[in-house]
Design a protein around this ligand. Structure first.
Ligand code: LR7
Ligand code: MN
Length: 589
């Protein structure tokens, strides 16, 4: 179906992509109807690349009058697919034939998704236009910047990689695609080494960069960015399907303001049946401690109160990581990614904090939609231990960007402290943050992500023992056990994420062999100052628990000596009520 909007000064022909309406239309019909409409409106088709040959099978028309705006070009050459009956066509689920079950099962591990079905379905299949209504009527500037699409991959499944590339070629206005750079991150699979260059030589916009050693996705993307010629960098994973009209809305945001970083809505290509599924609207990219990425729905009442529409842009505290457009110069001004991040993970947090804290914004653009195959596990190997690699990356990010809040990160991933993790040199990253005069993490929390719970301490206030009805008290720089008094400042302590029990700059500890308790200068790195107190708060009822010295072989517990009403440490005993304590307030479990 072709629609022309006569009401607009800037005349545009729009192909409305409702695949269901289009099954009967031939490519030729689309083209001739385009030309006829153009005649009716007396538009000069010699205007900049009027007919876009994409893969030689189809054409899309664009009519431009500079300067000004035009409706989003719904370029989609897969509109009237060669083989409408092919499995997986129109994004429908594909089915493994009965006699191929074994084969499909055995091939799963090649990509940790249904590789058999990916090979079965067309590499240029049609998918439903999942954009909210209104997107096809939105206007974008005629003079949008060009983009370099960067897809890095290691041992990607052949058909999936091709489908990703074709979805870009088939559903983007090609004058905006400066090039597509495929960064081969030292793949081991022969077909990628031998056949990819040959296959892609038919597509002049596609360039391939074969890395000579494994870079990991972070440095592989940087290798692509370094040779990119477009104005904007658009990063994509290598197992995606770009939907109709995906590109212009992203570039429009960057064009409006070069410090905007635009992400599409990431839809789901099923790992099991390769169906293309849309996702709920109104999702923000967020993180929970210790820096786990997740999606969070904007609450219904917020949507209603602010009259948020499905097409409205959503500002996000963090991005998922894989799919976004960023002004190239701006990306380099920001210092790109920390090149010290290895293989996979954490770079999405790093770039997100960097963007917000150093003056930019991250947005999800609902009118731009890209499908992605979500997998349960990375299908490629990690040069070093996977968990250690990701943890080290995250710790680098925490050290550079989280300020005092890095305690929350370590508090939620406490084993990292015990491991004495080596995060490598951070001098350059810290200098960069200074040079860019980035704001504090506190500012970020208050202004960008106020709904994150980030209490700087886990518990605070009085430390009560109920059996003896008393509280720990500071008396002349030593510790005593006295009647509780909520107004007594000498009875106030903070229990930190790093497990110190602090009174000002002094910490409760027992450092001599006799188990005497005292106050010592706090030091986050000194494990002999650390106490484990599992703050159990259930159904608003605070449960008392032990306060255990951590650095000793034998668990040793803080205890109040019944007869002398004095504090000491003693062998832990789960039934001893004189070893059970409760803080006045608990902030998080
Ligand atoms: O060593 C490597 N070299 C690579 O080139 C490791 C990976 N890669 C490639 C890989 O082939 C793929 O194309 O890098 C890309 C991303 O790797 P994936 O697909 O294994 O990552 P993912 O989809 O599981 O994880 C998400 O988080 C990552 C954290 O480092 C990256 O930011 C991914 O780009 C990101 N993906 C998305 O944002 C898509 C939506 C997922 C969500 C939520
Ligand atoms: Mn991915």
């Amino acid at each position: 179906r072709l629609v022309s909007d006569k009401s607009e000064d800037n005349l545009k022909l729009n192909i409305v992509n409702k695949t269901s309406d289009l099954k009967h239309l031939t490519k030729k019909a689309i083209l001739t109807e385009d030309l006829q409409l153009a005649k009716v409106h007396k538009v000069n088709l010699t205007d900049k690349d009027p007919i876009k040959k994409t893969d030689g099978r189809n054409s899309t028309i664009q009519l431009r009058r500079n300067p000004g705006m035009h409706k989003v070009l719904t370029v989609d050459v897969t509109f009237s697919p060669r083989d409408p009956k092919a499995p997986g066509q129109f994004g429908h689920p594909a089915v493994v034939p009965e006699d191929k079950q074994e084969e499909a099962k055995s091939r799963w591990k090649e990509g940790n998704f249904n590789v058999y079905l990916s090979d079965l379905i067309p590499i240029d299949r049609a998918i439903d236009d999942t954009r909210p209504s209104g997107c096809s009527r939105q206007l974008v500037h005629n003079d949008l910047p060009t983009t370099t699409v960067i897809m890095c991959f290691v041992d990607e499944v052949w058909s999936t990689l091709l489908r990703s590339v074709h979805s870009v070629l088939n559903r983007s206005p090609l004058h905006l695609i400066k090039e597509i750079i495929l960064v081969d991150d030292f793949s081991t699979k022969e077909y990628l080494k031998d056949n990819l260059d040959k296959y892609m030589s038919k597509f002049p916009k596609v360039k391939i960069l074969h890395l000579k050693e494994r870079h990991g996705l972070i440095r592989a993307r940087l290798a692509g960015a370094k040779i990119a010629k477009g104005d904007v960098l658009t990063f994509l994973d290598s197992h995606v399907e770009c939907n109709v009209g995906w590109l212009e809305p992203l570039l429009e945001r960057v064009h409006l303001n070069r410090t905007k970083v635009a992400c599409p809505v990431i839809e789901v290509v099923s790992d099991k049946d390769m169906s293309y599924m849309t996702v709920d609207n109104f999702q923000r990219g967020v993180f929970t401690w210790p820096m786990n990425f997740g999606w969070r729905q904007i609450p219904q009442e917020v949507i209603e109160k602010n009259k948020i529409k499905e097409t409205d842009i959503i500002r996000c505290p963090v991005m998922a990581g894989g799919l976004f457009s960023i002004d190239k110069k701006y990306f380099f001004e920001l210092g790109t990614y920390d090149p010290g991040l290895d293989v996979w993970g954490g770079e999405n947090m790093e770039i997100s904090f960097k963007i917000w804290m150093c003056g930019g914004e991250i947005e999800i653009i609902p009118c731009s939609r890209v499908g992605h195959i979500f997998r349960n596990d990375n299908p490629y190997s990690f040069p070093k231990d996977r968990i250690k690699t990701v943890e080290r990356n995250l710790a680098r990010v925490a050290e550079v960007w989280l300020d005092e809040y890095k305690e929350l990160f370590y508090g939620h991933a406490y084993h990292l402290i015990l491991k004495n993790l080596d995060v490598g040199n951070l001098t350059q990253q810290i200098q960069l943050r200074k040079k860019l005069q980035c704001k504090s993490f506190k500012w970020y929390l208050e202004n960008v992500y106020p709904d994150l719970e980030a209490p700087l301490v886990r518990a605070s206030g009085l430390i009560v023992n109920i059996a003896m009805a008393g509280c720990i008290t500071v008396e002349n720089s030593t510790l005593a056990f006295e009647t509780c008094d909520i107004n007594n400042k000498n009875q106030k302590f903070n229990y930190t994420w790093l497990r110190l029990i602090k009174h000002g700059d002094f910490c409760i500890a027992s450092v001599d062999a006799k188990g005497t308790l005292g106050l010592y200068p706090c030091d986050n790195r000194n494990n002999s100052l650390k106490w484990l107190h599992k703050s159990l708060v259930s159904f608003q009822v605070k449960l008392m628990d032990h306060i255990v010295l951590e650095h000793l072989q034998q668990p040793t517990c803080l205890e109040v000596d019944q007869s002398h009403k004095a504090l000491r440490v003693n062998a832990c005993d789960s039934s001893n009520p004189y070893q059970k304590w409760q803080f006045g307030n608990y902030y998080a479990n």
